[in-house]
Design a protein around this ligand. Sequence first.
Ligand code: GDP
Length: 306
Amino acid sequence: MRKLRSRLARSNTAFGRALLGLLSSGKLDEEAWEEVEETLLLSDLGTQATSELMASLKTQVKVDGSSAEDEVRTWLREDLVRLVDPTMDRRIASSRRPTDDGEGRPAVIMVVGVNGTGKTTTVGKLARVLVAEDRDVLLGAADTFRAAAADQLQTWGARVGVPTVRSDRESADPAAVAFDAVKAGIEGEVDVVILDTAGRLHNKTNLMDELGKIKRVVEKQSPVDEVILVLDATTGQNGLRQAEVFAQEVAITGIALTKLDGTAKGGIVVAVQRQLGVPVKLVGLGEGPDDLAPFDPVAFVDAILE
Ligand code: GDP
């Protein structure tokens, strides 16, 4: 988890330090509390979680400013850990082995999200993590809308040493490509098939129909074990609204929160988990192949408060 700490150091820790500073220096009058509230809201924690945290802190932190910083850190840490919710199951479906249920089929992971959020990059990085765990991985380029998308995925595949199933025809049926990828995965006895999907939002209805269709068509051969929604941590409330649109159409099982290296808005972890009722399972901490980490709630809070 050293990576998580060092990558968050530049941004999120500024938010943690600001909070600690505000809560443990001097008298906490109305104005100081407002500043605490503003800092929490600016981190994208959301209004509900912010009020809960404020209420809890108000019962613990001494208003005369006599709380020691260590004490405040302990209270804040406990509250933040509770909000981030370490009880959620964050294992990804790829932890199942093809032989687990005797069916000999691969785990199937669909990755969805708006273009530009880091979907393809996350697919590539996830493949890298799985390869490092000695899994056979196959990628499926079910974003057939732009030829460049399949090229980009294939480049990632080559980079991390896994094959990519794609169509050579532009505008091929994405569900057909997904079907072919899963078929190749079953026949090739791979451990995990990861499907990259389209994410153009200007034609929302079609996109959502398309994602639903991909899932249905894949399910003719194999259950879809995991649907990961990729969300760009820097997009705040806008990103959350988009997340909701996706969640209405496909049952999301986990969130990959990208670009956490470039934002102080780590509170979005709490906001999105509450909004969708599913855990953040992966975090993107940079553009390179090794910049994806499983999300560890306690390490995350510790990094913020470091
Ligand atoms: P897609 O359109 O959703 O498939 O997005 P891409 O995978 O093409 O990524 C869009 C941009 O975001 C690229 O420049 C990526 O390098 C960048 N990106 C993706 N994930 C991260 C991350 O975790 N941190 C940073 N800093 N950049 C990222």
